[in-house]
Design a protein around this ligand. Structure first.
Ligand SMILES: [Zn+2]
Ligand SMILES: [Zn+2]
Length: 651
């Protein structure tokens, strides 16, 4: 009998010891039992016979994580503070197709489930691909041989610059032709018989991008994101395994697909916070892409019109200015907050009257964010979370956007029984409703998570807007995510001050980037107006058209205090009893005080005190070196502590 340490997939437990009659190599996927439950595990290494009784691996499966995947998973586990099993769960192993459903593993149809005698022939997943590559590794002429991509001299210069660096940043304005540069580089990678990983924020993986890529690269393109159905995922995985898929475009999870003949990783819209996972493993896909670039020895290209200060400071960049179209944008400011003022309304009406299109950005979805008692000022909060319930007129309900709890709109104040409740902070649904009431001739589209819940709805809405079946598109942040709108000549931006006033060291960066990203969706062909509601014109105006000036100023603001000049970690404690969470936090604070080279920036109740019936406390830590930060946390951490390294969210 032989003994192995095995990590259980998706389990927070440390690796356990199991026995098996045959040799098992590192990375092999196996089935094991734990307290009568069948679980999937990954073999780590051979170990000595332990002095306790072990159970045997029940079967070995035809899948294996490559050595590089194992290495990356170990890195995620130690840097982002999760178990190795949780980190491995992110990856798709090499070999047979698999899906996981309700904690149960399902294997691909008709595939042999296990190998009877246990001995593995495949040392490493890459060999599988190496064989395949010989057969069909070359890209067919029609797919990319005859290049029709012609870059401008500036674009050519950009590409040459970017190709000189292992990690580089393409700092290019909206419409300046970043995608052509990416695609030109893709062509070169494919010509070398290698593959490309092209990461985008989930919502930017639009049909428009798919069409654009497929028109040029044909069937070599696969699009991988959370809305892809299971049968399609299976097909896509087959194309990836066979080597037919050459350009793997996807959201952050695409980073963990079984592709090892990589030639390039591109992270588009690299500033986007959706690259940071908000649950364990709390990895940042852009940072992981850079890690993988080193691991696979391939270049990593970051792209953005509003790069993060982080990337701007760390990596060499090429500045690509201006759009393809020489259209200009005229900015104006209105001292108002979250309201459809007369000026906003008349600007939209005038635009539509000229048979042009308008966009209206509002940071809040639903009808209103708050329902407040006119008499005592009581705000209707979720009973399970310490956040205001949003008013959804359509379903006559108030809903919690944190835990999804919903109830009928109350008729009176729950505190003083007063019957006049007022709503505050306008949301997208309300703006759609108001325009519908007052201007039935204006065709309005709603672009937020409530209205665009599926890929199909997204496709339909974008199509309708680009076919000019919609005059006015009203939406949240989703509006700003890399979509191409051709004929927008008015962009109205409400509620930017809410973003700017957030308790977040990146509040300025986020607010300005949002303004520029949304404005950048207008004026692609014709001159456009951008109307911004803000009391902070003095902050925003000097940076419009000069994002690099902002980045330079922001450097001074952050030096010595915030990333990228320091490292931050947020440690969270949540428990249904407030005192339990607080005690755990206190205990860790005491231990952290004994550590050197780190600073406890603050600790106490979180900004949102309670979510889903759990009370929340947190510690914010700072250090100048990553190693000091990780070491201090490792030595002080208790079981309730949930660690978020390089946090982007502080509430
Ligand atoms: Zn009241
Ligand atoms: Zn709630």
């Amino acid at each position: 009998m032989k003994y192995f340490t095995i990590s259980l997939l998706n389990s927070p437990l440390n690796p356990l010891t199991y026995c098996y009659e045959n040799e098992l190599s590192e990375g092999v996927l196996v089935e094991v039992t734990l307290r009568n439950r069948t679980l999937m595990g990954v073999v780590l290494e051979v170990c000595d016979a332990p002095d306790f009784k072990t159970t045997s691996v029940t079967q070995t499966l035809l899948q294996q994580y490559s050595q590089k995947q194992m290495k990356a998973a170990k890195f995620i586990s130690s840097y982002y503070f999760c178990s190795l099993g949780e980190a491995l769960q992110l990856f798709t192993p090499y070999g047979v197709n698999r899906e996981m459903e309700n904690g149960e593993w399902k294997m691909g149809d008709g595939e042999p489930l296990a190998q009877g005698n246990g001995k593995w022939e495949i040392e490493n997943g890459s060999e599988l691909l190496a064989q395949k590559k010989g057969e069909e590794g070359r890209v067919k002429g029609k797919e990319c041989g005859d290049s029709t991509l012609i870059l401008s001299s500036k674009q050519t210069e950009a590409l040459a610059f970017l190709q000189e660096h292992p990690v580089s940043l393409l700092f290019g304005d909206t419409g300046s032709g970043k995608t052509e540069i990416y695609m030109k580089w893709f062509e070169e990678v494919l010509a070398q018989g290698k593959r490309v990983l092209f990461l985008m924020p989930e919502i930017s993986l639009t049909p428009q991008m798919e069409i654009r890529l497929k028109e040029h690269f044909g069937e070599a393109v696969v699009m991988w994101h959370s809305k892809v159905t299971k049968p399609t995922k299976k097909k896509l995985l087959e194309k990836i395994h066979s080597g037919e898929a050459k350009i793997i475009a996807g959201a952050r999870s695409a980073l963990f697909l079984p592709v090892d003949d990589l030639g390039l990783i591109v992270v588009d819209e690299e500033h986007d916070d959706s690259y940071k996972a908000s649950s364990r493993p709390r990895y940042h896909a852009r940072d992981m892409a850079i890690y993988m670039g080193k691991l696979y020895d391939v270049p990593v290209l970051l792209g953005s019109a509003t790069p993060s200060l982080n990337s701007y400071v760390k990596y060499p960049h090429f500045r690509l200015k201006g759009g393809h179209f020489s259209a200009t944008r005229h900015f104006s400011f209105e001292k108002s907050r979250d309201a459809i003022t007369e000026r906003v309304e008349s600007s939209i009406v005038a635009t539509v009257a000229k048979e042009e299109q308008a966009m209206l950005f509002i940071p809040t979805r639903a009808n209103y964010k708050y329902l407040i008692c006119e008499s005592c000022g009581h705000t209707h909060e979720c009973p399970y979370c310490s956040v205001a319930m949003s008013l959804h007129r359509k379903s006559n309900a108030i809903k919690c956007h944190y835990c999804n709890f919903s109830e009928r709109v109350p008729k009176a104040c729950s505190k003083c029984q007063h019957e006049m409740l007022v709503s505050e902070r306008l949301g997208t649904a309300e703006a759609v409703y108001q325009f519908g009431e007052r201007h039935p001739d204006i065709r309005v589209g709603q672009f937020d998570r409530d209205a665009v819940s599926t890929q199909n709805k997204l496709k339909k809405l974008l199509k309708a807007f680009n076919n000019r079946e919609i005059d006015l598109l009203i939406g949240t942040q989703m509006l700003s995510k890399g979509h191409d709108y051709h004929d927008v000549t008015l962009a109205v931006i409400l509620g930017l001050d809410n973003q700017l006033n957030m308790g977040d060291y990146r509040a300025r960066e986020k607010a300005l980037s949002l303004l520029i990203q949304i404005a950048g969706r207008s004026g692609r062909k014709k001159e456009a107006k951008v109307l911004v509601q803000s009391y902070n014109q003095a902050f925003f105006e000097p940076y419009i058209g000069q994002y690099e000036k902002f980045l330079e100023d922001e450097k001074q603001f952050r030096k010595g205090l915030y990333p990228p000049y320091t490292k931050l970690a947020r440690i969270m404690f949540a428990h249904k009893y407030a005192n339990k969470a607080e005690e755990a936090m206190q205990e860790m604070v005491e231990k952290l005080r004994l550590q050197t080279d780190i600073e406890i920036v603050g600790y106490g109740v979180s900004q949102i005190e309670k979510i889903a019936s759990k009370y929340r406390y947190q510690i914010l830590l700072r250090a100048s070196k990553t190693t000091d930060l990780l070491k201090a946390i490792k030595q002080s951490k208790n079981t309730l502590a949930e660690v978020d390294i390089d946090p982007v969210e502080f509430s």
